[in-house]
Every structure is written in structure tokens, then in C-alpha cells.
Design a protein around this ligand. Structure first.
Ligand code: ADP
Length: 246
């Protein structure tokens, strides 16, 4: 699988504490990857570094066909280059309908000339309907986002990110607070999204990770402790000791 993101020897210290410690790993172009690890393992700091919110003290983060360094790019340039991030809490526009939320996200992805493209075009309406289908909200297009369930809001936000057509989507604990049925649907959305892009899911819920059925990276003290299938990493003695607390 060709590489989309390559993190090599990255370290980050906060007030003498090594949050990320010589971290190295690669993400493929159309890969679904789960990142797990106990609290304080460095998962958030890792995402902050990839999105340019935090700069590492050392190491390299290369991205895309040409292996462009993300460390030389601003947060907004990194986003423009196709790296999207979904935070834990959904940030949809509650007073707007699902259709309007998705349309705004599409417009946003068109840059300063969005107005010429116009939200009224048939192309936009078609893409909005398509996106709604991808996230399973095609029946709720005219409902206000504020009326949606927690799970539906999470899906809408994923849809808004997909509208921007990212090459790499970072998703922070998508299953938190969801019912089992909602979790299952979230799995389907992420698996489908990873067919055309890379998706990295940071998650605590082992059952959710198991259902994603993808390679898992276990972080501990800012480094990769284990990597492989969920069965492989959960059978690893080191993982059992630090993550499962046995
Ligand atoms: P995780 O997301 O896996 O729980 P984090 O990346 O949030 O881990 O944190 C790793 C460690 O780095 C934690 O001990 C945390 O307290 C510390 N840390 C993270 N960000 C900062 C910061 N801005 N200032 C000081 N310490 C930080």
C-alpha cells in the first residue's frame, strides 16, 4: 500500500514531560487505522502534530505523493492539503437543516469562489444528497441539526468533513456516547469512507475497534507499543500489562 503519511522519530516534550517519544509509523493512502492507548498515551498530541496545532521538538512528518513536510505548513495549509479532523464533540450548526449544514461544508470546500458555484446548483444538490446517503441521513435532510440524536449529529459532522473530500481523516472517539446500533452504523460509515481515503480512528472502545476490522496501533508513553490486528495486539503481553491493566 503506498504511503500517505509518514511519521518518523517524532518527539514532543511539555514542561519536561515526554508526551510523544520517538514516534514512528506510516498510514497508507486508503487505509483504515485504529489508534488506541491509555489516557495520556499521546493520542491527542499525535493528532495535534499531524494537523499542525502542535509542533514537535524533533522528527519528521511527511505527507502526500511528494512527501511534503507538514512541519513547514500552517494549520490552515494542512487542512487545505486534505487533512480533516473530527473532534469528539460534534460541532454542527444546530439551527440549520442537515441539507444546509452539508451545503455549507461543500461551499467551504470550494474556497473563495463558492458563490459563483452557488449552493443552488444541481451539482451541489446532487452531491449533498449523495453525502446524506453516505452517512445514512437521507431521510432527515430537512430537519434542523439541533433536532438530531447525538449519533446523527456525529454522522452529520463526518458528512461535513467528507464534503471537503479529505485525503486523510482523523476521527477522535466517534463511538463515545452512542447506542450499540449507532456504533454499528458509525463503523459502516468509516469503513466506507476509508475506501477512497485514509481514515485514522482514535478510540477507547475495544469492541468498536474490533468491528472496524483494521490494523491497530497501540500507543503508550508516546511511542508505538504494538501494531497489528486487534487479536494480535490484545494478545500482546506488553499491551495486556499497560492497556488492559492486568
Ligand atoms: P491521550 O490523548 O492519549 O490521552 P495526550 O496526547 O492528551 O494523551 O497527552 C499526553 C500527555 O501530554 C499527557 O500526560 C498530557 O498531560 C500531556 N500534555 C498534552 N498536551 C499538553 C500541553 N499543552 N501542556 C502540557 N502537557 C500536555
Amino acid at each position: 500500500m503506498s504511503t500517505l503519511l509518514e511519521v518518523s522519530g517524532v518527539s514532543k516534550t511539555f514542561d519536561g514531560f515526554k508526551a510523544i517519544n520517538n514516534l514512528s509509523f506510516r498510514i497508507g493512502r486508503r487505509e483504515l487505522r485504529a489508534v488506541i492507548g491509555p489516557n495520556g498515551a499521546g493520542k491527542t498530541t499525535f493528532m495535534d502534530i499531524v494537523t499542525g496545532k502542535t509542533r514537535p521538538d524533533s522528527g519528521t512528518v511527511l505527507y502526500g505523493d511528494k512527501g511534503q513536510s507538514l512541519l513547514a505548513m500552517s494549520e490552515s495549509r494542512i487542512a487545505q492539503a486534505g487533512i480533516g479532523r473530527k473532534f469528539q464533540r460534534p460541532t454542527v450548526f444546530e439551527d440549520q437543516t442537515v441539507r444546509e449544514n452539508l451545503t455549507m461544508a461543500l461551499d467551504g470546500s470550494r474556497g473563495p469562489f463558492a458563490v459563483l458555484w452557488s449552493r443552488a446548483t444541481r451539482e451541489a444538490a446532487h452531491r449533498v444528497a449523495e453525502l446524506a446517503g453516505e452517512i445514512g441521513l437521507d431521510g432527515t435532510l430537512d430537519r434542523k441539526a439541533g433536532e438530531l440524536s447525538h449519533g446523527q449529529k456525529q454522522w452529520l459532522e463526518i458528512g461535513m468533513l467528507l464534503a471537503q473530500n479529505p485525503k486523510l481523516l482523523l476521527v477522535d472517539e466517534p463511538a463515545a456516547g452512542m447506542t450499540p446500533a449507532e456504533r454499528e452504523h458509525t463503523t459502516d460509515i468509516l469503513v466506507e469512507a476509508a475506501k477512497t481515503r485514509a481514515v485514522v480512528v482514535v478510540e477507547h472502545d475495544m469492541e468498536f475497534v474490533r468491528r472496524l476490522n483494521c490494523k491497530v496501533t497501540v500507543l503508550h508513553e508516546g511511542s508505538v507499543l504494538a501494531e497489528g490486528s486487534i487479536d494480535h495486539v490484545t494478545a500482546d503481553e506488553k499491551v495486556i500489562e499497560v492497556y488492559l491493566g492486568r
